[in-house]
Design a protein around this ligand. Structure first.
Ligand SMILES: [Fe+2]
Length: 405
């Protein structure tokens, strides 16, 4: 079931953008909507213009299918997906700025965790300075920051994961309209959510393969251990204690440590659960390669009862990632469907096709999804069956694709 490795008849390999050559078969791009110059899935690179479009894009990595096209030279493949942030696209000023923030934050988090490991109190002023810097970068250089944060080598996962969850929390908070101060507290919660892992032996945390029951029981104590560490520290917002303790709760009550249900789980902890899992899935771990953002989101949506679905949708909007075929409610009483974008797409393209006021199909109109200031605001995800719209109809629109192409 692991994506990005091998499935029936395919030979997928993740390569760096610059490794792409004519004659290679592109299976899929990594990254979010922000970065993609085009959205055709599965095609052979036949023209210099196609190659140039990928090389000039913000995509970091992509999957090629070597059963349908040429491969990279043997020596070049290894470690391709382990590029460190410091080496990534240093020539791009936005990426460079984001990389610096990430590296600084990572070092501070490393110090914080090391101190906690030695039984010293977490220094709340250090935490707040990291959160402030990350929040400011989310505001001014969001795409680059989120992109850089996805590239983690296995040994720096713990620290970068904390910074990534911090950034994703601040980003999601802005998406759902929370004010800056609340967003900063949620960022703090994201940064510290796994601090209890300092109490868990590394052999358990980084074990490749299945944990025994005892090991799993031990690993699960990190949420309570984190709470115990933080509760002693002055200046840590209560919401951080809450997220630390409850980011592994699930909506259907099967999570831990308290088996809380639905609304019993705070909004902050529900946000934490989403940001935590998304970042874990899109990172390389000792036991699995990173999934692409789209793969991660697709799987997370399938895990019924795990996440708050409405919040998960808001999260998808916050990272600019809407799977093709998603049916959405647009402003001005319309339904639309997310379809494959055209070249140079920077935002999801949505085909409006239905009037909710008149309850009937309309002439289709292509619109660019945005936050309302730019493009057409997406209000929510919609189940087309509730409007009596058959899935075949949706599939038909997806097949049609972008009308002007
Ligand atoms: Fe955790």
């Amino acid at each position: 079931m692991r994506m990005g490795t091998r499935s029936s008849g395919m030979a997928l390999k993740r390569i760096q953008r610059d490794q792409l050559r004519l004659g290679m078969y592109v299976h899929a791009f990594d990254g979010s909507w922000f970065d993609h110059p085009f959205w055709r899935r599965g095609f052979l690179i036949q023209r210099e213009s196609e190659l140039a479009a990928v090389h000039g894009s913000g995509i970091d990595t992509l999957l090629i299918d070597t059963s349908k096209g040429s491969d990279i030279p043997a020596a070049a493949g290894a470690g391709a997906s382990r590029k460190r942030p410091a080496q990534a696209e240093a020539h791009d000023p936005r990426t460079e700025a984001a990389t610096q923030v990430v590296n600084r934050s990572k070092e501070k988090v490393r110090e914080l965790f090391d101190a906690a490991r030695l039984g010293k109190a977490v220094e709340s002023s250090a935490v707040l300075s990291v959160v402030a810097e990350v929040a400011s970068e989310i505001e001014h250089n969001r795409r680059a920051l989120l992109r850089v944060l996805r590239l983690k080598s296995k040994d720096e996962y713990t620290y970068l994961h904390s910074v990534a969850v911090c950034a994703l929390m601040v980003n999601l908070a802005a998406q759902i309209g929370l004010d800056e101060r609340t967003a900063a507290k949620l960022g703090t919660a994201g940064l510290l959510h796994d601090v209890g892992k300092v109490k868990i032996p590394d052999e358990v945390l980084n074990k490749p393969g299945r944990l025994t029951d005892e090991e799993y029981a031990l690993a699960k104590t990190h949420s309570i251990e984190g709470y115990r560490l933080l509760v002693q520290v002055e200046g840590i917002p209560p919401v951080a204690l809450d997220v630390c303790q409850h980011h592994h709760e699930k909506m259907d009550g099967t999570g831990y440590p308290h088996g809380l249900n639905g609304e019993e789980i705070s909004l902050a902890a529900r946000m934490g659960a989403i940001c935590d899992v998304y970042d874990a899935l899109t990172s390389n771990r000792p036991y699995k390669n990173a999934w692409t953002p789209l793969e991660a989101i697709t799987r997370m949506r399938q895990w019924q009862g795990h996440f708050d679905p409405q919040l998960l949708f808001a999260f998808m909007l916050s990272v600019g990632l809407l799977p093709v075929g998603t049916v959405v409610e647009l402003r001005r009483e319309r339904l639309g469907i997310v379809i494959e974008g055209g070249r140079r797409a920077t935002r999801p393209k949505v085909l409006a096709f239905y009037s909710t006021r008149r309850r009937r199909f309309t002439r289709t109109e292509l619109t660019v999804a945005g936050d309302g200031r730019f493009g057409d605001a997406i209000l929510a995800e919609v189940d087309p069956a509730k409007w009596g719209i058959a899935q075949e109809r949706i599939d038909h629109f997806v097949r049609l694709g972008v009308p002007w192409v």
